[in-house]
Write a protein that binds this ligand. Sequence first.
Ligand code: AHM
Ligand code: MG
Length: 335
Amino acid sequence: MVSVAEFPTLRRYIMARTGDTELSILLMAMTLACKATARACNKAGIADLFGLAGHVNASGDDQKKLDVLANDMFIDALVNSGTCAVLVSEENEEPLFVPKEKAGRFIVAFDPLDGSSNIDCNISTGTIFAIYDRKTSADGPATMEDVLRTGHDIKVAGYCMYGAATELVITFQSHGVHRFTLDPSLGEFVHTTAHVKFPEDGGKTIYSCNEGHSKDWDPAMQAIVRKWKQGAKPYSARYVGSMVSDVHRTILYGGVYLYPADKKKPNGKLRIMYEGFPMAMIVEAAGGAASCGIFGGKIQRILDIMPARIHETCPVIMGCKRDVDAVIEEYRLQG
Ligand code: AHM
Ligand code: MG
């Protein structure tokens, strides 16, 4: 029997991998807020946490009670960890500059509860986050230069899925992608899969998108989805409507997740800093690809974007190389 002290917990993994006490404290604060959010999602029906909070967020979405609660829990845990300089949340219009007495060296961009349209019907949701080290000197206050950067600067990217099990998936740039599952009886995330990779050949032929918007997509996007459906072995469609769940399935089973540009949303829907970047980093670290298709007049990799505003959006095409390359090829063909 493995001794309790040797359980492969997230805590042990982080301490062994980072050798960076401040980063370890930050990640423990982040995972504490994930556990608190998982608990709130589990109890939502009983604790009257379904429904709207009565506010609208920076992107114009109606906030749910659980959006607000999760956001408060993440901000509370992160600010009080003493490790953060700036927090960017989907639910806050402006970046939150942590007061000097509690400030540390990290910038965290996060979506506290992604897929919130699924909350009230008990379908999985998730938290997405990206952690950056400060760029400017620690002697002075952090600035927007620390916040607006390309995705390549991310130090740790992760998501936590609140599904049948609560699962945390993280990547530390060069350490690969790792899965941890919450053992509710221990209250600890246990390391369940090391070095997660897309299936060798791209895996299952699945496309995942809100096809209801397809009449407004670019011709290239319409064409490739038509080809996938009309091939000798047609692709299957799967769409939860929670990015975390759809991308999680895509990494594990294969295929592609799409939230493309359309006529009404020429820059797509998903926010670059806390949806596009961290998910792109994880997908690429698992051996997949993440592109915008054409964005800003050229074929663009998501991680290369330089955001000008914290809630800026981009089109998202991410999944196995087989399918992402096919989309890019279609954009090239259509000129
Ligand atoms: P949210 O952050 O307001 O929840 O929006 C992001 C979500 C993604 O999780 C999901 O993939 C997408 O929006 C679904 O959008 P749609 O309902 O337009 O298909
Ligand atoms: Mg979101």
